[in-house]
Design a protein around this ligand. Structure first.
Ligand code: ZN
Length: 514
């Protein structure tokens, strides 16, 4: 047991150091450092792999499994053995080829996107699909090759569970979107007025602290693409991008990353530097149970709290005081309507809460068919454009605004897209469970008291790190597995109020709980 713990701690140290190098590369490093940094990360990742597949680590994990004094120790040992097994099943040659292809494909993608030339990316993407199919075969699956890839992000989730869930969301979202589109658009012109970056940073950081982000164990920096990253629970960093002519980006982006960060800061100190805060297969130090579980917390704090009318009823005067010029003539209600506006868009990262899921479901449908071989890379752009037309009623003018917009496929991240929508679904399930457990919750939130909610989430979700699968966490806290109903109810109620919809305009609202 001692040797297992010692070796696990060293592995976690290596992964945390890799995270620090990644954080630095994205926030501080001059452009000239990129080649050397890639080499440093490759060296460390090879070292981590070596230590993970070292027979001595496996032997220690087996011994620890026998000796395990409690459930957590047993889970850590079992997870280590699972990761070792999975890594051994993937041929070294395939790992090497994938690593090389990822950097090649990302270059090809960036050029193709800049020149709006899908053909320049197609060969790399075709190879990427092939290698991911091989990866799925090596990892193993029961029903669908996509399950194997999905499981690297969302342990235990399968196509069999995912597809009916997505069908229900689509059947709900599309009629709700049509009903909203028939109503008058809220004004949003004031969101693109001039908002000085310094004042944005001060307000965002204060809002993050108010939620409970501990800046004694964290910090906020700037980067081109906002993210959260941790090097144990004692150092959890977030970044934001400040755009002086678009207020919501940094404001809600910071609340989003704050949700991720509070999850990491809330991990039980007892499982710090263990397997239960290490994604051993992904070689990434992280305390959250899965990508979807992590996303549930960023979205809970950003959307369920940060975009709510109750939040702004309390905090809008402070925002107005921070930005007297651009917001002087804007009342609280107009602001809430503007930051919750639903508008179809070609671009996923610009999408609102409702249409975002439609963007995700499109990508998941296409990548599943790419992996199963039902769809060829050559036919991908046309399939993309047809689905955008069908769901959003928009014409894709060129591939840069269509199939080439996301980095994910060039980075080989097949199976990661579903986790965004799974996060939305789980966020509402956790929020409902908290509401039932804390009768005073609504009143507390109305007074700006976030500690009781954070405390409940820490106790029921955050402190466990990766000890439980997402399904186990849901069952422990809500008594059931994935259930989209609380999320659908939340969206229906929210947009009915904001857009003054008639109750019967969205039939899904009265659907039985299933
Ligand atoms: Zn996120």
């Amino acid at each position: 047991m001692n040797e297992f713990q010692q070796r696990s701690a060293e592995l976690n140290d290596l992964l945390c150091v890799m995270n620090i190098l990644t954080w630095d590369a994205r926030t501080q490093m001059p452009g000239g450092g990129s080649t050397a940094r890639a080499q440093q990360l490759a060296t460390l990742s090879a070292l981590a792999r070596e230590r993970l597949t070292d027979p001595a680590f496996e032997a220690a994990a087996r011994a620890a499994q026998q000796e395990a004094a409690d459930d957590l120790q047993g889970r850590a040992a079992a997870q280590a053995l699972d990761a070792v097994g999975a890594m051994r099943r993937v041929p070294e040659e395939l790992t090497r080829e994938l690593t090389l292809l990822k950097s090649e494909a990302q270059d090809a993608w960036a050029t193709a996107k800049a020149n709006n030339d899908f053909g320049a990316f197609a060969p790399a993407l075709t190879r990427m699909v092939e290698l991911n199919r091989q990866l799925a075969d090596a990892l193993g699956y029961e029903d669908h090759p996509y399950d194997a890839l999905l499981n690297t992000y969302e342990p235990g989730l399968t196509v069999k569970t995912l597809l009916p869930l997505f069908e229900r969301l689509r059947a709900h979202h599309l009629p709700l979107l049509r009903a909203i589109q028939a109503k008058q658009e809220p004004r949003t012109d004031f969101l693109t007025r001039f908002y000085p970056a310094d004042a944005q940073k001060a307000f965002s950081l204060a809002a993050a602290r108010r939620f409970g982000y501990d800046t004694g164990r964290g910090r906020l920096d700037q980067s081109a693409h906002p993210f959260e990253i941790s090097f144990t629970r004692q150092d959890v960093r977030i970044t934001t991008r400040f755009q002086e002519h678009f207020l919501p980006g940094a404001l809600f982006g910071t609340l989003h990353e704050t949700g991720h960060a509070m999850y990491e800061q809330g991990v039980d100190p007892a499982i710090s530097r263990t397997v239960l805060t290490s994604d051993l297969l992904g070689l990434y130090a992280v305390g959250g149970a899965s990508y979807g579980t992590h996303e549930s917390q960023s979205r809970l704090w950003e959307n369920r709290i940060g975009r709510s009318a109750a939040y702004w009823k309390l905090h809008y005067p402070e925002l107005q005081a921070a930005f007297p010029e651009p917001l002087g003539d804007v009342d609280e209600q107009s602001f809430v309507r503007a930051v919750n506006r639903v508008a179809t868009s070609l671009i996923r990262v610009e999408a609102d809460e409702l249409t975002y899921d439609l963007h995700i479901m499109l990508r998941v449908d296409l990548e599943m068919r790419l992996i199963s071989g039902e769809l060829s890379v050559q036919d991908l752009p046309a399939a993309w454009n047809a689905r955008i037309r069908e769901d959003l009623g928009l014409e894709v003018p060129d591939d840069a605004h269509g199939v080439l917009q996301d980095i994910h496929w060039s980075a080989g991240m097949f199976g990661s897209f579903p986790t965004y929508t799974i996060g939305n679904v789980m966020a509402s399930q956790f929020f409902e469970a908290a509401r039932q457990a804390i009768p005073e919750l609504h009143a507390q939130l109305g007074r700006g008291e976030y500690a009781p909610l954070l405390g409940w989430l820490t106790e029921n979700v955050y402190r466990h790190g990766r000890a439980y699968t997402p399904h186990e966490l849901l069952v422990r806290t809500t008594g059931e597995g994935l259930n989209p109903q609380p999320y659908l109810d939340y969206l229906t109620e929210k947009y009915t109020g904001l857009y003054g919809l008639e109750r019967q305009e969205h039939p899904a609202a009265h659907k039985e709980n299933a």
